[in-house]
Design a binder for this molecule. Sequence first.
Ligand code: AMP
Ligand code: MG
Length: 317
Amino acid sequence: MPASPTRADIDHAARLLRAGRLVAFPTETVYGLGANALNPAAVARIYAVKGRPPTSPLIVHVASIRMAQSLVTSWPDSAERLARRFWPGPLTLVLPKQAAIPAIVTANLPTVGLRLPAHPVANALIRAAGIPLAAPSANRFTELSPTTAEHVRKSLGNDVDFILDGGPCQVGIESTVLSLAGPQPVLLRPGGISRRDLESIVGPVETAESPADGAHSAPGMHPRHYSPRTKLLLISDGILPEQGQGIYLQHTRPPHQHVSEVRQMPNFADEYAAALYRQLHEADAGNYDWIAVDLPPAAPEWEAVLDRLRRAAFKSP
Ligand code: AMP
Ligand code: MG
């Protein structure tokens, strides 16, 4: 399929979604595995195909602010201002849900995460289907997120009914998740919209504590997530393992020792984020013993990238 789906592709995908089937589609963050958010059986297939624990709620994708408002029981002023500023875009807002949203979508939580994606294919698809789409990333649970249609094919194969190819994702990491369900805005997951950008609209934003286990209020809060199969090492002094063959994803520090392969990562955080999963997918396919990542600085604009790198490197104790 071409990197720009035709009208017929979109209409076919929309029909499949209305019939309760699964469609992978591009968004500006990563590829999503979509199902009709109002159909519990269709949503159950998302969990089954991904191998995702039922404690991880799904983000519901909408085509307009009005569609978002129809799915919640309150739409505070903060939601209005954030949506007007950052939608369409990589920001998910968590709000008290309407009864029409099945419990399976939200892992029994009384709230729902909503997002209006910026990718034109995602928008056309939701409008054509005329229904909100529950869509986590289109990969098996804990694997690297897909930023191309090829990544989706490799991970899900025939378990997805149709894949819309919209080319590589521009943002490249998942959306920022912000809860507006309590008295204070709470950042549940850093992402494509920075904390500073949020605070410029709604004032101080609290940070969620990562729950030890059990009910994750956010799927992205599972500590090991977004991981390559190859061991991933975070390096801040250019010093690499003596043993085995590896690949080094350099930001600013050259490697101290000889290494089989060096990839230069982009200097700026947004370009780095856009390249991160593709580079990790490629490094993972290289059959190395390890992937070493030269850590970017602990500065505010790097919050989301550092979050994903830490989760990708996380090994259960
Ligand atoms: P994923 O779809 O895997 O990219 O991640 C979904 C993200 O949505 C998680 O990180 C959660 O933070 C968030 N999320 C979705 N629904 C809710 C909800 N009802 N409450 C809190 N977080 C949610
Ligand atoms: Mg995911």
